[in-house]
Design a protein around this ligand. Structure first.
Ligand SMILES: *Cc1c(COP(=O)(O)O)cnc(C)c1O
Length: 370
């Protein structure tokens, strides 16, 4: 049996009629950018997150960058300020910071949850620190109460990179509702994915929301009048209409992902395969199911031979990428070890029971070479 890592065609087949109707509605409307679909999606997504404002933008990376640029424009951040970020995140978190002429300060995660270790964050706070970027990696909320406490005590902004965590919740409060502002990605493979690129900024701060809404549209609030040097980064009408359909199914999709994850956690029993630590069921939206194994490459090969596709999120940490030569001398032993050990198993709302059992059996049959 072949088990794909994520079959988006199959995911979308479940509501293809709704998606096609939504796209047709936009095609027939004659309005393709900054129209009613986007305005409706922004209202619906803000309500879903339990936050006052959502602003649709072109990607998750742009959402992060526009939050930072928005705060720079409002005087809360200045060029050269330091932003604390987990060392094991996807490179976009770093790119948003350095691309805004701020300085990323990578900090070690807790290897059990893969999320920022608040003690390491506290140790990294210095005179130039102005913000913490918490990433809810793989779909699990970072320790937001601890990070919010640190941010408050030190007068720092708390920004959520929620690109992997749509729908993760704690006591009814969802990802996006914990920080000063949050960035979401709607890249197709994310939990709430468009059929192309997209992103959103979510915030309770009306001034920031207004600033980001202008920045994404050439820095303009009134056509051909430009308050700021903005960019062109707008969530288009077709994607907004498709996302409105998928948002209605998001909680059901997460429940299906949770079932797969639950089965992996019950079924995979192997002394060399370390399962992810779940702080609280509700806090995990299961974007990815990531195990650790000292013989990661051998495990990946073994699973491939049994037809099970896996991925590595991520093979090289940002501070070891050629793009970040300036961080070459940074030492992050926990982060570096994780990049050698992590392996993501197939996971998605359409993954069937037979496929899930196939993955469990294949994992349990792994014979580790000494
Ligand atoms: C996907 C992702 C992003 C970037 O989102 P794009 O829409 O691909 O630009 C940022 N941060 C994290 C943690 C991500 O997983």
């Amino acid at each position: 049996m072949e088990v794909p890592f994520l079959d988006l065609k199959e995911v979308h087949a479940d509501y293809a009629d709704e998606l096609k109707a939504a796209a047709a509605r936009v095609i027939d409307s004659g309005r393709y950018v900054l129209g009613e679909e986007l305005a409706a999606f922004e209202r619906e997504f803000a309500a879903y997150c339990g936050v006052r404002h959502a602003v649709g933008v072109g990607s998750g990376l742009d959402a992060l960058a526009l939050i930072l640029r928005g705060y720079m424009g409002l005087g809360a951040l200045a060029e050269g300020d330091e932003v604390i970020v987990p060392g094991n995140t996807f490179i976009a978190s770093f790119l948003a910071i350095s691309g805004s002429r701020l300085v990323p300060v990578p900090v070690e995660p807790d290897p059990a949850t893969f999320n920022l270790d608040p003690a390491c964050v506290a140790a990294a706070i210095g005179p130039r620190t102005r913000a913490i970027m918490a990433v809810h990696l793989y779909g699990q909320l970072a320790d937001m109460p601890a990070l919010a406490g640190l941010a408050r005590r030190h007068g720092l902004l708390l920004i959520e990179d929620a690109a992997q965590a749509h729908g993760a919740a704690s006591e009814g409060r969802r990802a996006g509702a914990f920080g000063d502002a949050a960035a979401f990605s709607f890249f197709p493979a994310k939990n709430l994915g468009a059929l192309g690129d997209g992103g959103a900024v979510v915030t309770g701060d009306a001034r920031l929301a207004r600033r980001v809404a202008a920045l994404r549209n050439y820095g303009s609030e009134v056509k051909y009048h430009h308050l700021f040097q903005g960019v062109n980064s707008r969530l288009d009408e077709i994607q907004a209409a498709l996302l409105r359909v998928k948002l209605r199914h998001l909680d059901d999709d997460i429940a299906l992902r949770r079932r797969v994850a639950q089965r992996y956690r019950e079924g995979i029993r192997h002394p060399q395969i370390v399962l992810p630590k779940v702080v609280h069921e509700e806090q995990h939206a299961w974007h990815l199911f990531v195990v650790r194994c000292r013989s990661r490459d051998a495990l990946k090969q073994h699973l491939q031979a049994r037809g099970v596709q896996t991925q590595v999120h991520y093979p090289v940490p940002p501070h070891h990428q050629p793009a970040y030569a300036e961080l070459r001398d940074v030492r992050l032993p926990v982060t570096e070890r994780l990049h050698e050990e992590v392996l993501s198993l197939p996971l998605g709302p359409s993954l069937g029971e037979v496929a899930v059992e196939c993955v469990v059996d294949a994992c349990n049959a792994f014979e580790c070479q000494p």
